[in-house]
Design a protein around this ligand. Structure first.
Ligand code: IMP
Ligand code: MG
Length: 178
């Protein structure tokens, strides 16, 4: 499939399966070579489910664990406005070496919320791994330890990433056609 149509928009191939695999191997190698002990991967749903599944199978650090969390952001009916909640953090992560797995970091606003919520859990360390990163859009100062690929400010879909919930099942990553 050279182009795909999702809702009202047309997307063209940007990163194929082979390149995705190479990007993930390179992140896995860096983590495997690091001195991290008993890492707890925390995959941020929904977007990172495929990235997490493929990355974790390349990790050979002893006592590796994975957990998932979903960040729910909604506007409440009270005057308080926006509320952030962690759904699915059923596990006690206190004292753990956490590696956050994100599909894409754009402005960094989502990452900021995640960091704030995780820091409350008294973890031992936090590292961040993201498949894709938009450096020209990033507004925060958190260090991103593992970056798969830096991209322009294009809108991309596929391999877990969605356009209004469509396109997550695509094997390749596509970008919006101009
Ligand atoms: P941020 O809070 O601006 O860093 O955006 C992060 C979230 O926005 C990601 O976890 C994605 O869900 C979504 N997002 C940002 N850029 C894209 C994109 O190009 N395609 C699909 N989703 C995106
Ligand atoms: Mg999304």
């Amino acid at each position: 499939m050279k182009t795909v149509r999702l809702h009202d928009k047309e997307f063209e191939i940007f990163i194929d399966e082979n390149e995705i695999n190479n990007i993930i191997s390179q992140i896995a190698n860096q983590i495997n070579d690091s001195k991290i002990e008993k890492p707890l991967f925390l995959a941020i749903l929904n977007g990172s489910f495929l990235f997490a599944a493929d990355l974790i199978r390349k990790i050979n650090v002893p006592d590796t664990e994975i957990s998932f969390l979903k960040l729910s952001s909604y506007v409440g009916t009270s005057s308080k406005g926006s509320v952030d909640e962690l759904i699915g953090l059923s596990k006690n992560i206190e004292g753990r070496n956490v590696i956050v797995l994100e599909d894409i970091i754009d402005t960094g606003i989502t990452l900021e919320k995640i960091m704030r919520l995780i820091k409350k859990e008294k973890v031992r360390s936090i590292r961040v791994a993201t498949l894709l990163f938009k450096p020209n859009s990033y507004q925060k100062n958190f260090n991103i330890d593992y970056i798969g690929k830096s991209i322009e400010n294009d809108f991309v879909v596929g391999y877990g990433l969605d356009y209004n919930e469509k396109g997550r099942n695509l094997k390749k990553i596509y970008k919006l056609k101009n």
